[in-house]
Write a protein that binds this ligand. Sequence first.
Ligand code: AHR
Length: 508
Amino acid sequence: MERDKAKLILDKDYQISKIDNRIFGSFVEHLGRCVYGGVYDPSHPSADEEGFRQDVIDMVNELNVPMIRLPGGNFVSTYIWEDGVGPREKRPRKPDLAWKSIETNEIGTNELMSWLKKVNAEAMMTVNIGTRGILDALNLLDYCNRSEGTFYSDLRRAHGFKDPYKIKTWAVGNELDGVWQVGQKTPMEYARIARETAKAMKRQDNTIEIVAAASAGMESDTFGEWEQTVLQEGYEFIDYLSLHQYYLNKEKDTPNFLAKTLEFDDYIKSIGSLIDYMKIKNKSKRDIHISLDEWNVWYHNRDKDNQSVKERQEPWPIAPAILEEPYNFEDALVTGAMLIALLRNSDRVKIAAFAQLVNVLAPIMTETGGGIWKQSIFYPIYYSSRYGRGTALQPIIKSPKYDSKDFTDVPFIDAVAVLNEKENEISIFCINKSTEEDILLNCDFKSFGEFEIIEHIALENKDCYAVNTLYAPTKVTPIKKTIPNYTAMDLNFSLGKLSWNMIRLKIK
Ligand code: AHR
């Protein structure tokens, strides 16, 4: 096959799945400056009456994030939720062992739920079953979801929040296989407590859904055994299995970095197969889906941050600037490619969360008390979330391929398409991973009948390492491409070398 030509065939009847909007979710952890100094910054000129930055709220609303995972992450492993509710002046300061910081508890469950309303998102609430346990999960559930008439629901009302939050999605613990967790568990220890917590929580509120933790990643010592044990013990009580995946490019090997999304795709498919196997083994009629509730690129400052947390002496700081990854252009390509994989696996993945949202591993960066800017990764997330809702279509792609350090036969072109039935529009998200060639993508969209091209947006850059900053916020920014002359029988798009693209069509 010629190195500079590829083919994409779409048919509106080749459908993968209806996309669950929660696939465009995100994550806000009490970590670094995500909450304090990011979301919440009472002395900022744009702060509202509750101390939340309006400019952050506006930018989160641009991303149209339907679900946000709270309040951690690793933070949850020593979190006592009761510390963060009630009169602020009485809230205790506590050490957060995960990030060796001081948690002031100025922001707790009620404040975060109020912020979620402002950004039009529902919560995925994570409970601490590592160091607390079943009763703690039940108490928090009662505090949040029951109208009134019990100690915890009346306590919420006494705190000034009359209406229950009716949070639907609850995660039982986070990455409890990890040696870095306070309260680390063996597969069976976790499987048992996750199952019993899920069972009790559902007995208390039968409207909720439960997300159980899979391994922190494929590299975990107990990967495989962990997932199997959790599914074996808890199949009837769990609704989603939580996967996490971050990619690295320490070697600065762009082709290999971009190829890693093949592994991402495989990861999702293998867990999907394991779920199917466990369904048969448990003689179950229920389906369990995937919640890929931490995904992103994470490596620029990772070693430095780990070291600084490890070596930290007293006094521990409040909201230190950690995990503030400066995302470059190639990171945006990987983010775009991970989104393509998520959408293509939308039959399995019903919830996902790009990790995280503000300042920490984030598309949105702020200066505490100062400006705000969009990182490179903001753009693929923005366009996918805005225009990737509907039904995922299965693309047939014929692409030239390359070999990289760890992968063979990597297609240069990767793509997915989404049919938006309401608007009668199709969005095609595609990436050209070639570092050398623009590729002419010949498209066969005959099955759509007559259509018109609305726009072709691209992220392209000569510099893989270009980074947006407060003072140079548009180094990586999308461009509008010229729409080619076309007919339904002759339609070709030029995809720039190393580019992420969105093409939108209106069906007539
Ligand atoms: O997102 C940062 C951290 O990564 C989370 O706290 C943890 O769950 C994961 O290891």
